[in-house]
Design a binder for this molecule. Sequence first.
Ligand code: CA
Length: 224
Amino acid sequence: MRILIIEDEKKTADFLKKGLEENGFTVDIADNGEDGLHLATSEEDIDLIILDVMLPKRDGWSIIGALRGGGWQIPVLFLTARDSVQDRVRGLELGADDYLVKPFAFSELLARVRTLLRRKPALQSDTLRIADLEVDLLRHCAIRGGVRLDLTQKEFSLLALFAQRAGEVLSRTLISEQIWGMDFDSDTNVIDVAIRRLRAKVDAPFKKELIHTVRGVGYVLETR
Ligand code: CA
């Protein structure tokens, strides 16, 4: 089992690496957000990520957002220094699987890591199906009515996000955080334009619309 630790505090990272290696794990360390995200998305055999929230270059939130937005399902355990409910909720909403508040006992971290690894789905959810739409998270492609959709990277990320949370109304705030890593006050126009483009490819050529506007709230992908 291979674990990626994204943590800029060398002491913490080394301590975790040593402990995890003693327990039979293979461990990689990235000491900033950019390298961390790069490793997480380029190495194929990472089973779990331990992610610090406050990181140079790219913070933990934006890493979780980018991973889930891009369809990566690797379990993420995030480490937060502040015991704030808002922080924990934010991490979980963005798609993290569990969290620990620093400082924590190594034994607790190990227990949580093992639980997450046990829970890891046996790649059953690589392809999501909603009506005649198929979203293949591994190959990063989408097919509707047997036709492969010609999507940009961003469009695919957006569609993958909708498909993973089919039936759930996604607010513009959540979409912008997950796909663009932007903060709450970001320009919602960007999102509306992106969704219009996505609809032109995913819905317009087909009989049934799958992406719906929920006025004043956001968007939802579902069959109606
Ligand atoms: Ca840090």
